[in-house]
Design a protein around this ligand. Structure first.
Ligand code: XIL
Length: 455
């Protein structure tokens, strides 16, 4: 919840500041203002992806967060996390009506305190499902499914960027049929749409995704998912995104129509996300496959982010296939370099670059006498521990309130210097934002941002 602080300082104007602000204000009013403290090629996955308007995430296990190299690789390289197991039904509702959120909370807190996004995974799935669910009769199962969705989403309401509402509901192979599960077998095809409607009501701000594997290219299974999404969009069933797990190996390599498949889903009016990427192999072959996946996502404007299914090979669910970007000693593999390059970044900084940040402004609500502004602060290619930026308003405008930041003022009262509220840590490429109310006093000019400085 945003904390609101009222601030008032007497304005003092000079002709010179009015002139300068007038010009800059015009520029700002023409569009989004983006100012950066330093300009260098992004040298981490998260920062490089952020420059392309996307996130780069990883699956995280709570029990590894205490390992220094694990946490530092996470904090340096990624700006989104997916709990690998901690939000699954068996973890959060092991017995009916009894919810345990501790392990997942540790991941969410770790991410939030560093400005990383969180993907919620997963609400309704046939696997990692406690046996009590399968023993329920139809009416009880329906109530339990809806209660599970509502309770879990409410617990993290406002903190989850996208939820995998339903996971893996379709069969492999050529049938295009639904997979047998307690939900499918007792509630019928309608369980998926019911789950999405319940999810929308529980956290309207979260993007709601359908997530599956073996749907990465055009095939019978992805056709079945495609038809479902098309039907949902046509009938107004709430769905915002489709997740493509993208678990690849020698038998299941990156399909040649991967990009085309992402694009046809995007053309239905949903975002697409690569949600569990890992590619078994090593060396150049593995690197090339990773590069192809990243390029496909970047070529699809509605492909909003990529998540790899783990940080280091040693903790991968398929460890023997060494499918990830870092080896067991957290060394960057050729696949890492290929991903960073495909994202437009550069490895020269090695992740140890200088602290930097950039700021963008966007106008929010407006009334006849005032408007709210929001400034988003994004860390550059290295993790930062704090940031500072300025917001200058045009007299006789006055800033009457601020939130999510700690302001100080110059003697004129027109220039506000904003610092974090408490912890200012941001992972590379991660963002936070603060807001303020500008009293127009007859002038609607946009505020002007100074450059962002980070430490
Ligand atoms: C896997 C985890 O990585 C393992 O630790 C766990 O033992 C089994 O589940 N599809 C999914 C993921 O949606 O939740 C699965 O994660 C991998 C396949």
């Amino acid at each position: 919840m945003a904390t609101r602080t009222s601030i008032r300082k007497a304005p003092r104007r000079t002709a010179r500041t009015t002139l300068v602000l007038g010009l800059a204000g015009l520029l700002a009013a023409a569009g989004v203002t983006a100012l950066s403290g330093t300009a260098q090629a992004a040298s981490t996955l998260g920062a490089a992806a952020a420059e392309k308007g996307r996130y780069f995430g990883t699956a995280v296990a709570a029990n590894h967060l205490g390992e220094a190299a694990y946490a530092s690789t996470l904090n340096t390289e990624f700006n989104s996390v997916t709990p690998e197991n901690e939000m699954k039904w068996d973890a959060v509702e092991p017995s009916r009506g009894s919810f345990t959120y501790g392990a997942a909370d540790r991941i969410v807190d770790h991410a939030q305190s560093r400005g990383m996004k969180v993907r919620g995974h997963t609400l309704v799935w046939h696997s990692q499902l406690p046996s009590w669910v399968g023993s329920l009769g139809t009416a009880d199962l329906r109530a339990a499914m809806n209660n599970h969705i509502t309770q879990v989403m409410t617990h993290w309401k406002g903190k989850i960027h996208s939820w995998d509402v339903v996971n893996e509901a379709f069969q492999d192979g050529s049938s295009g049929a639904r997979r047998s599960s307690p939900f499918q077998d007792k509630l019928g095809n309608g369980f998926i749409e019911e789950a999405f409607r319940t999810a929308r009501a529980a956290d309207p701000a979260a993007k709601l995704c359908y997530n599956d594997y073996n749907t990465d290219g055009v095939n019978a299974k992805s056709n079945a998912v495609y038809n479902m999404v098309r039907d949902f969009k046509a009938r107004g069933v709430p769905i915002d995104c489709v997740g493509f797990q993208s678990h690849f190996n020698s038998a299941l390599s990156v399909p040649s129509d991967y990009q085309a498949n992402l694009q046809r889903f995007a053309d239905l009016g949903v975002d697409v996300q690569i949600t569990e990427l890992d590619i078994e192999g090593s060396g150049t072959a593995q690197a090339n496959s990773y590069s192809n996946v990243v390029k496909a996502c970047l070529a699809v404007s509605r492909c909003t982010g990529i998540t790899v299914w783990g940080i280091t090979d040693k903790y991968s669910w398929r460890a023997s296939g060494t499918p990830l970007l870092f080896d067991g000693n957290y060394n960057k593999k050729p696949a890492y370099t290929a991903v960073l390059t495909a994202l437009g970044g550069s490895g020269s900084g090695g992740g140890g670059g200088t602290a930097s940040c950039s700021v963008t402004y966007s106008k929010q609500e407006e009334w006849s006498d005032r408007f709210n502004g929001r400034v988003t602060v994004t860390a550059g290619s290295s993790a930062i521990t704090s940031w500072t930026t300025t917001v200058t308003v045009t007299p006789p405008q006055k800033i009457s309130a601020t939130w999510n930041g700690t302001p100080t003022w110059d003697s004129s009262g027109n220039v506000m210097t904003m610092r974090p509220n408490g912890n200012g840590s941001l992972a590379a490429g991660a963002s936070t934002s603060f807001g303020f109310t500008v009293m127009k006093n007859g002038n609607s000019a946009a505020p002007v941002l100074g450059s962002c400085t980070a430490s």
